[in-house]
Design a protein around this ligand. Structure first.
Ligand SMILES: Cc1cc2nc3c(=O)[nH]c(=O)nc-3n(C[C@H](O)[C@H](O)[C@H](O)COP(=O)(O)OP(=O)(O)OC[C@H]3O[C@@H](n4cnc5c(N)ncnc54)[C@H](O)[C@@H]3O)c2cc1C
Length: 271
């Protein structure tokens, strides 16, 4: 279990931020579910619970989801269910139990960039930005490419409202286990495809070249049916641009193999 010497629940974001940067061993608390798995000793723990960061706001052009919003609130939000084929909520349904999802936060998840995350690849397949207190707003894609952890507070994420067809595919040994592979396919009404792979087991990535090829194949074809030869070209590109690796949950070969049927299933769903 992690430990800290001082508990602090600031009344303003400025107070939270100045406490965070005053000592490199100070930290922000989300739902603490991941922090509790470690044994590190910290100086001051900064609880954001008094900063009204638990919300899902729907505006004309985007959804704002506050950093302290629980997975359960996202999963059960009715407005979000109307968008993106309902996959934002669906991607959270298999993460342990309701009790756990009432506690795990959007901020703790996105900030941590965990490779096995189910939520991050879904957000990456949409037009998502992350908003930091000092660092401002950047795309989730750019944020995930940053190697170093920021000393900043994630305030909220923003998802652009778009009518899209989406498919979230996940393979796990048992329902509540970590994913062996996550694959997300989104398609805009202009027929633009975006393919994202997660739990490879590395951090989620957009398969840019494969998405381009899918766009080309789908737009050029009247019947929109991809042949087996074309699928072989798609997988060749996919395996060149995305590094699948082996870990205790699955081998590189197994991940590659299941990605084929996952992509075919996803394509059927978004047609
Ligand atoms: C046993 C277990 C099983 C899990 N299984 C899955 C799974 O199958 N699929 C899946 O997708 N996820 C899974 N997760 C991950 C989980 O869903 C959460 O993503 C994770 O626990 C982090 O959420 P939290 O709110 O508890 O963060 P915390 O543990 O509180 O924080 C995590 C990190 O983020 C930092 N942080 C938190 N909030 C902020 C903020 N607003 N600004 C800046 N930094 C911040 C903290 O300082 C810490 O470094 C699992 C986690 C556990 C513990």
């Amino acid at each position: 279990m992690f430990q800290f010497a001082i508990y602090n629940s600031p009344k303003t974001l400025e107070e939270a931020y100045s406490t965070l940067v005053e000592n490199k061993n100070n930290l922000i608390l989300g739902g603490t579910s991941f922090l509790r798995m470690g044994n590190r000793k910290y100086n001051t723990a900064i609880d954001l619970c008094n900063l009204n960061l638990s919300y899902i706001k729907e505006e004309n052009d985007c959804f704002h989801i506050g950093a302290m919003t629980s997975f359960r609130d996202v999963e059960t939000n009715l407005a979000l269910k109307e968008y993106y084929s309902g996959m934002v909520g669906k991607s959270l349904e298999n993460i342990l139990g309701v009790q756990f999802r009432n506690n795990a936060t959007v901020g703790g998840t996105v900030f941590s960039k965990l490779g096995f995350s189910d939520f991050i690849p879904v957000l990456l397949s949409l037009n998502t930005t992350v908003v930091f207190y000092k660092g401002g707003e950047i795309s989730l894609k750019e944020y995930l490419l940053e190697e170093k952890n920021r000393k900043d507070i994630l305030i909220e994420i923003k998802i652009k409202k778009e009518f899209m067809k989406c498919s979230f595919q996940t393979v796990r040994k048992t329902t509540t286990d970590y994913a062996i592979l996550n694959l997300v396919l989104s398609k805009t009404i202009e027929d633009n495809y975006k393919l994202v792979l997660g739990a490879t087991p590395k951090r989620a990535l957009i398969a840019e070249k494969t998405s381009e090829l899918l766009n080309k194949l789908k737009k050029d074809k009247f019947d929109r049916i991809i042949s087996e030869e074309e699928f072989e070209d798609i997988f060749k590109i996919l395996f060149q641009e995305i590094e699948f690796q082996t870990n205790m949950r699955g081998t590189e070969e197994y991940r590659k193999l299941i990605s084929k049927s996952m992509l075919k299933k996803a394509l059927k769903e978004v047609l």
